[in-house]
Design a protein around this ligand. Structure first.
Ligand SMILES: [Zn+2]
Length: 640
């Protein structure tokens, strides 16, 4: 029987679309997102039978408005969902536009509708109006408590932090901070379970804001010189706003058109709520408050809402910058520009985002010399470029940094929303860096979750295994946990043991192996002080050899030390003396105590043996250089 609290992953497993996860808390059923699948087989996957009855779902919590996180809402309503939809006000507003738009596209395509206008209406009516920008919410029984936390991905996007009765953070899509509009997101201080996206779990984008700007600038300058056109395929949410923001920053004088009806609606929402964009409110307001109204409106900017105006622009040859959707050239108004635009080698097609396999955008980026646009063969002669580094998703390093922000690390991390290679690489990196258990769930797989705070945490920014506790510290930019102890190989796993445990083991289990140090070696002699060294007598070569061999056999002098002394003696007596002084100062004359223990030798008072050895070595520095060299060589040959 499964636990009363469990989670089942109904999409975005081993792929980036279709985010929808079923969380069961006792008798309550909750969906985390209700995203549609996109790409190949999308239609089949979206209309496939569900593992739950939508009529039994009590709540849907939405992280953000993107279609791959909200696209199945009308279909769920069609199949009987009548619960409540809980999200941020901005996600609600943008999701309404997305549902309208996807219905419009289906109608235009003239294919069988996946859902009706009534389903969209019903879905809209089930949203619970919440006023806070990033609200908190609890159910009527005050059993389930959640909090929306900015995820810096698009306007209104958030991670959903379920605080009670289980401590679970669902990251949603995590922004990466390379954006001009969004800062780097921060998780709450702690959670027991984390569900994290992994779109770029295997990539680092490594482009700074200014590098991104300069790519855009180069393209604009080039069309200015050639009196040609720059066409930028855009995703209607966030990317259009970001490009417009950058064009304004660059102070572009060329004419700029935004040709996408839904994009224009979204631009209005962004303009009215720009104070919610963290980078804008943090930085821009401070230094440039007068121009805040115009942040998405470069000088020569025009929106083309009417189809007639859009058709005219496509026919004309005016030198200008056109932002149109869709971002992968799969539909939308951008397609009508292509037959005239692509064959002109002076034009530039500048991609601003990811191009999925099988899309027209991907074919063009792959260098096809000719493509088919709505039945018309079109030669591709325009320059094809891509703005590298522009992304609404955190890359591998940013995802790891995000996890590093937790004051107390989660006990288990579920990795979703990524191609398998990306999820796997992120999983390995998490395990290596944080030693946290990770899970790559398969479609519809169910996992039990423990209620309440998991008290017995084994990981708090470090590891506790047995009696050994390791705390990771920053050493030269790397997280390193130092420890004195040992690793026991148990056959199928390793465990750490502390020095004390090793001592106890040696004491108890190897008692019979422990032999006392030969007595004659631990006879103490008076230390020679530096001022009395000149009056001391040098040892004979035999005395030096026998003394060193005796101490070596007892495990107190290493071959390395003898070799160092030999080298130094060849460079002269004063060099030899320097080495001895240094070794004595560093206490390096005596071998590692662990090594002695391994050999089963009882550890005597360190000062006794080092005192005797010190005297012998100091006196040896009074020997004739040749005698000293010969003695050390003979000593070395014997111990070999
Ligand atoms: Zn998204």
């Amino acid at each position: 029987m499964s636990s009363p609290i469990n989670i089942q992953f109904c999409g975005a497993t081993g792929e980036v679309t279709g985010s929808m996860h079923l969380l069961t808390i006792d008798n309550k059923k909750i969906l985390l997102d209700a995203g549609a699948f996109q790409g190949t087989e999308a239609k089949d996957k979206n209309s496939a039978p569900l593992i739950f009855d939508p009529a039994e779902i009590d709540y849907i919590f939405l992280t953000h408005a993107h279609y791959d996180h909200t696209g199945r809402l009308p279909m769920l309503c069609q199949r009987g969902f009548k619960g409540e939809i809980i999200t941020t006000p901005m996600t609600r507003e943008i999701t309404f536009r997305i549902m309208d738009d996807s219905l419009r596209i289906q109608k235009e395509e003239g294919k069988e509708l996946l859902f009706s206008e009534d389903d969209v209406k019903k879905a809209k009516s089930l949203f619970v109006p919440l006023n806070e920008d990033y609200p908190q919410w609890q159910d009527d029984e005050k059993k389930i408590k959640i909090k929306f936390i900015p995820s810096e991905h698009i306007l209104g996007s958030s991670s959903i932090f379920i605080e009670e009765p289980v401590s679970l953070l669902y990251s949603g899509d995590v922004g990466g901070g390379s954006s001009s509009l969004h800062s780097i997101p921060k998780p709450p201080d702690t959670c027991d379970y984390l569900i994290i996206e992994s779109t770029y779990g295997n990539r680092n984008l490594e482009k700074s804001n200014s590098e991104i700007l300069s790519q855009l600038k180069a393209a604009v300058e080039s069309i200015g010189k050639n009196n040609s056109r720059l066409l930028i395929p855009i995703f209607s949410i966030d990317r259009a706003e970001e490009i417009l923001f950058m064009l304004r920053e660059l102070n572009i004088k060329e004419k700029i058109y935004l040709d996408t009806p839904m994009g224009i609606d979204i631009l209005d929402i962004y303009s009215h709520n720009k104070y919610l964009l963290s980078k804008i409110s943090d930085e821009f307001i401070k230094k440039n408050s007068k121009e805040l109204d115009k942040i998405f409106h470069p000088d020569n900017f025009e929106r083309l809402r009417a189809k007639k105006n859009s058709d005219e622009l496509a026919e004309s040859s005016e030198s200008c910058i056109i932002l149109a959707s869709s971002g992968m050239l799969e539909g939308g108004r951008i397609r009508k520009y292509l037959p005239q635009f692509l064959p002109d080698e002076k034009n530039i097609l500048l991609f601003s985002g990811f191009q999925a396999e099988g899309t027209l955008g991907r074919d063009i980026i792959n260098g096809y010399p000719e493509v088919n646009v709505d039945g018309i063969p079109v030669k591709v002669k325009a320059q094809i470029r891509k703005i590298e580094g522009l992304s609404a998703h955190a890359d591998k390093t940013a995802l790891l940094n995000y996890i590093d922000c937790f004051k107390t690390l989660p006990v288990k991390i579920f990795i979703v929303h990524g191609e398998m290679v990306a999820s796997l690489e992120l999983s390995d990196a998490i395990k290596e860096k944080f030693r946290i258990k990770t899970v790559l769930p398969k479609i519809n797989e169910k996992y039990d979750l423990a209620a309440g705070e998991i008290r017995e945490r084994t990981i708090i920014k470090g590891i506790s295994i047995g009696n050994v506790r390791l705390n990771f510290e920053n050493i030269s930019g790397k997280k390193i946990a130092l420890f004195a102890g040992g690793i026991i190989d148990n056959g199928n796993e390793y465990s750490l043991v502390s020095v004390r445990e090793i001592e106890e083991m040696l004491h108890d289990l190897k008692k019979e192996m422990v032999k006392p140090l030969p007595e004659e070696i631990i006879i103490s002699e008076t230390h020679i002080r530096p001022e009395t060294l000149s009056s001391a007598t040098p040892p004979s070569p035999e005395e030096l050899i026998l003394g060193l061999i005796k101490i070596f056999k007892a495990g107190y002098v290493s071959k390395g030390l003898i070799r160092d002394l030999m080298d130094a003696s060849e460079r002269g007596i004063s060099e030899y003396r320097k080495v001895i002084d240094k070794k004595i100062k560093n206490d390096a004359l005596i071998l590692d105590e662990n090594d002695l223990r391994r050999k089963g030798i009882q550890i005597p008072d360190r000062s006794l043996i080092s005192g005797q050895l010190e005297d012998l070595l100091k006196r040896s520095s009074l020997m004739e250089q040749l005698n000293l060299q010969l003695a050390l060589h003979r000593m070395f040959t014997e111990i070999k």
